[in-house]
Design a protein. Sequence first.
Length: 497
Amino acid sequence: MPISDTAPWRRIATLLAASGLLAGCIVGGGVGSGGGGVGLGFSTIDYSGTSIGIGFGSNSGFSIGAQTTTGTLGLGPSYSEPSSRPIDIDDWPRRDGIAAFGDRFAGLNQTELAFAAAHFAGARAVLGGQSAVLRSIDPEFLVLDDRLMAGLGERTQVIQGDARAADFPGEAFVDAGWYYALPQEPGQVRYGPGDWSLMDLDSPGWRTFFGDRVQSMRSANGSDGLVLGEADLPALFAQPGWQPALPTADPAFAEAWNDRIARFIGHLQDRTTGDGPIVAEVGDWTSRATASDVFDSADGIWVAAFATDRSGRPLNEAAWRLQMDRILRASTRGQAVVLQSPAADPQTLMFVAGSYLLARGSASYLSVRGVDGALWPPVYAIPVPPQAEPLASSAAAYDSDGDGVHVRRFGNATVYVHPRSVGGGRGAVTLSLGGTYYMAVLEGSGRIRPDGTADASVSYRPVDSLTLAPASAVVVFERAPASGQSAEVHGPGREPI
């Protein structure tokens, strides 16, 4: 039993306390860091108090840990086991062309899951049983859990095994010190649209609960790492629905929260999730209230509204360039990036895919979000070669002549991206190619069929000039790819992009 899987012990201890035999004692706080280690553990019933552990592990020998407490201590066995697999940036799956990353494979049958395993590099928030099927086909398939970084409510949920389970542990376990409160207005801060309360990322009790929950999820789900949901809190604070209202116009408030976020991610890297990657979900990453370096200690960045807003409308050029500059900085620093968009119409899909290709680094992934389940839109099948011009330091560097068209070359392929100007004043741009090239044309809805095939294909049209409307992109090839040719998946360390 993993150390975090202590619910049965807590229930037993709670019953004993109720009968007067054991007052508020539970087990599970001890940490023996060796594989198969067994030791003694002490903890409180509400995570807010002392946690002292003494462990003996077959791999690590002896370990001990302690944390401040206010509660009654209990005694019992604790267990330790290694995390599922060590993952670092060099272990993220590589793929030629456009590397697809999935999100919530709800309702897929076995045949559809087999398609997903063969075509996606990884996925977020999949059920434990789905994870087993995906890994049986591709042992390197990357599975990331998903939970709110700083939110907890009676309706918040996480994936635990083969079901969505309540994240809220019950009033008896939650301490008031977990919650963030404004200095001038004591009491919980609620986010109405999500129906959760804002947590204090510096609270030792919240950190302990968070760590226990994450490790329990990893054990039940067979996952490799974690996506920190809604991690860009300074941007989220500007959205309506907070009660009481937050002082978003105060730079000191944003700065304090940037510091809290950086400390919390650093804490997770040091103590909580073992060897699993930590990926910060950052919304559209265009808020200037968010410090540029606040997520530097995360292993990856998940941009939930890439090249578009959350409704799928393309960003204007100023917001697009700010977002691209932050993504380019992350990729250059060696962080993985997952770039997600709800784009649906073909022109916007190509704009999103073209923007992805401008930003594509050594571990960059595109995720087109459907209403439910998985999508394989035809942009995923464009066979862009792995050879690429080096990443630019900024989006502006891809627009060398200042006409608004951003260009990057990949072997025999070239991508042209034309963002929407601020105010929409710049119209379409026409370019002469100086010869015949072959433009990728998307066909199909991207739906994964029950028989394990996708309604998606790419054809190629000969062109000698291009006209790019605002918020559009085009990929052209010097030679037309063979019919049915698509990018191939590679394991860790092979044919890096």
